[in-house]
Design a binder for this molecule. Structure first.
Ligand SMILES: NC(=O)c1ccc[n+]([C@@H]2O[C@H](COP(=O)([O-])OP(=O)(O)OC[C@H]3O[C@@H](n4cnc5c(N)ncnc54)[C@H](OP(=O)(O)O)[C@@H]3O)[C@@H](O)[C@H]2O)c1
Length: 378
């Protein structure tokens, strides 16, 4: 196992982590959690993720008790939790100073820990000023309840705003984002967040590398294994959204690529996430030791991901985000357009398609329009 810096911070996290979502409290209790956590540790995992909302707090209790009973040294592990959905009351959710402080204290109590290493804002809260959240997160750190703070599923704009506030107030900014990232869901990590890596040193701990198990290839239309996540009553909606033809076809096209490499699809999918240099740690999930044994071997699959294998994967999933358009390329397009209009002179019908052939416009050219006058083309 490799240990990567969490973004630009000094904290080192295992390249593969293990999280408690769905499993702890819904599928597993302390006894099973202990053996799964130990299995992860045996494979070198040092980073364990949780949230106040997982199984309404029960997941934190299970993880805390399991770690206590396993007798692990606290400084050997990195534990994170996430604050946002803490209950039903008007002040039990969101990112107000009140909920951040009360939610953090409640999480620590359930985990039976003095601190978590990383605390995340589980979602953006558009009804609370970001400055209030930045100040509250710094309070949590100053109190010693967390060492670092981060965000989960915030937009690049919101993270940039948080950093602007932190810099203006000489406070600590978020060092990490926790977005969904897998072969089927890539936009934030590969496009939207690009400026954040170099500008703020943001690291990523990504979630659902197997898209909830879909990328193991174990789900088919109309056949859901009874001991799987999608068989759980509460996750029927997620199952319905996930097990659609488009997704299952992609999975079917991925299987031969994994076969050719001689590895299970789950390993290929996890290795693919871990191979992105901006990803500090891939947070995996598992309900059985056999899954952990299989998933951890993904580390050995990373070197097999040659450019030609990556191309085959892209051809199977067709999910690579479009390159964000640069200022320069927009200018170039505009000048091409103007050149074309001038060439076609006074009156013309014209159209252009954008690079990806998604945009299509037919506009009559009116040399006396405000637009034509404004750009001096009439
Ligand atoms: N920040 C956020 O908003 C957010 C959201 C979601 C998750 N997360 C974090 O990310 C972690 C991982 O997410 P995830 O659990 O969705 O990850 P995932 O890797 O996409 O799915 C894990 C699930 O897939 C099944 N599975 C795993 N390995 C398998 C294998 N080798 N063969 C067959 N089935 C296998 C297991 O479920 P079954 O055995 O039950 O089928 C397992 O619980 C969470 O625990 C949480 O810490 C964060």
């Amino acid at each position: 196992m490799q240990y990567k810096h969490l973004g630009r911070s000094g904290l080192r996290v295992s390249q593969l982590a293990y999280g408690a979502w769905v499993s702890f409290g819904n599928q597993l209790d302390v006894k099973e959690a202990k053996s799964l956590l130990q299995c992860c540790r045996d494979h070198g995992v040092n980073f364990f993720d949780n949230a106040e909302v997982y199984a309404n707090g029960r997941a934190e209790e299970i993880m805390g008790q399991a770690i206590r009973e396993l007798g692990w040294k606290r400084s050997d592990i990195v534990v994170s939790t996430k604050i946002f959905w803490g209950g039903q009351g008007p002040n039990d959710k969101g990112l107000s100073r009140k909920h951040i402080v009360e939610g953090t204290k409640a999480s620590l109590k359930r985990l039976d820990m003095d601190y978590v290493d990383v605390i995340y804002c589980h979602r953006p809260d558009t009804s609370t000023p970001i400055e209030e959240t930045v100040r509250a997160m710094n309070y949590v750190i100053d109190k010693g309840w967390a060492f670092y703070w981060g965000t989960s599923e915030w937009s690049a704009q919101q993270i940039t705003e948080a950093w602007g506030i932190a810099e203006r107030l000489d406070l600590v900014g978020p060092i990490v984002e926790q977005p969904e990232y897998n072969m089927l869901s890539r936009h934030k990590v590969e496009a939207e967040y690009l400026p954040l890596y170099s500008n703020y040193g943001i690291g990523l701990t990504t979630w659902s590398p197997l898209a909830s198990g879909v990328l193991t290839g174990k789900y088919n239309k109309g056949s859901i294994p009874p001991d799987s996540r999608f068989a759980l009553e509460n996750y029927k909606n997620l199952a319905n959204r996930s097990l659609v033809d488009d997704v299952l076809n992609k999975v079917n096209r991925l299987k031969p690529i994994a076969d050719e490499l001689g590895v299970p699809l789950a390993q290929l999918a996890i290795a693919w996430c871990a191979s992105n240099p901006n990803v500090s740690s891939v947070i995996t999930g598992a309900t059985k030791e056999s899954q952990i044994q299989e998933n951890m071997k993904a580390i050995d699959v990373i070197p097999l991901l040659t450019p030609s294998v990556m191309d085959k994967i892209e051809a199977a999933v067709l999910s690579k985000p479009k390159r964000p358009e640069s200022y320069r390329s927009v200018l170039q397009r505009l000048s091409d357009m103007i050149y074309f209009l001038v060439k076609e002179n006074d009156y013309c019908s014209w159209y252009w398609t954008s690079e990806d052939n998604e945009g299509f416009q037919v506009l009559p050219w009116d040399p006396f329009s405000d637009y034509a006058l404004s750009i001096g083309l009439s």
